[in-house]
Design a protein around this ligand. Sequence first.
Ligand SMILES: Nc1ncnc2c1ncn2[C@@H]1O[C@H](COP(=O)(O)OP(=O)(O)O)[C@@H](O)[C@H]1O
Ligand SMILES: [Mg+2]
Length: 301
Amino acid sequence: MTDACARAVRAPRVVIETCVVALLSGGHVMIEDVPGVGKTVLAKSLARAAGCDYSRLQCTADLLPADVTGVTVWDQNAAEFLFRPGPVFANVVLVDEINRASPKTQSALLECMEEGQVTVDGETRVLPLPFIIIATQNPVEYEGTFPLPEAQLDRFAVRIAIGYPAPGDEAAMLLDLAARDALDHVAPVADVAAIVAARDVVDRVHADPALAAYVVGLVEATRRDARIQLGASPRAGLALLRAAKARAVIEGRGYALPDDVRGLGRSVLAHRLILTPDARARGASAEEVVADALDAVPVPL
Ligand SMILES: Nc1ncnc2c1ncn2[C@@H]1O[C@H](COP(=O)(O)OP(=O)(O)O)[C@@H](O)[C@H]1O
Ligand SMILES: [Mg+2]
């Protein structure tokens, strides 16, 4: 599936694979990057490669929770209330500039992410499976935004950035895109049923107790770090192990390895850490703290 997406998106392979990992492990993705680097293309090509349906939601300050979840309306002809589903009723939902939505709307979105269901007018409706939110956030422009509280960032399994294409790549991309739409290159390699089945396979991947201890070791190392005010939560450890299992499936293994954990450590952990004001002032970064934890904690086996 990574290969299928890579036909449309010029991005480091690991970035695309991390999105596939999230899809297969039931996690949600935060893409923090500037405009025009291919966030939309990435979300669309993931949906297309996975054979899933796709919707997009542009966040603004006046977006209401009902604009996200849907509303019940009175149908004159049928003489009954009908539910008109909102954009979250899709397999892959791109939530653009999530930090522009009001805290109330953000929390409605996060409820969808956590519960896989929405409650409208007292009635609970189950969201489709698979259900993955790919939210975007611009790291440069903060004016008029409502930054997500850390407790809410913790709900995202991974955070990634796409970055600018390599110099040689960018010219090739321009020529290619001038000729045709990038999405034309992407052919479905799965469907909804296959993704749901793959999630079961991920659940059954073997993880050694030593591997779980390794994950805990990493998480604890972030908590002990002097640069850190708030370290990774148990939810973070859970997300890391689950992601590692998904990576094992992608690599065709029935068991997860320390390398799976290491490859995903930064994307899964960094966005959940809060630096002390002092460390921030000295230019430290959460990514650095994760890298140091990966260096310091002994790898099992
Ligand atoms: N990394 C990339 N790979 C493929 N196409 C890209 C990439 N970056 C930009 N583009 C092209 O540039 C345009 C803007 O990309 P888009 O995905 O809408 O950016 P974003 O959503 O990050 O603002 C699209 O036409 C897209 O095809
Ligand atoms: Mg976009």
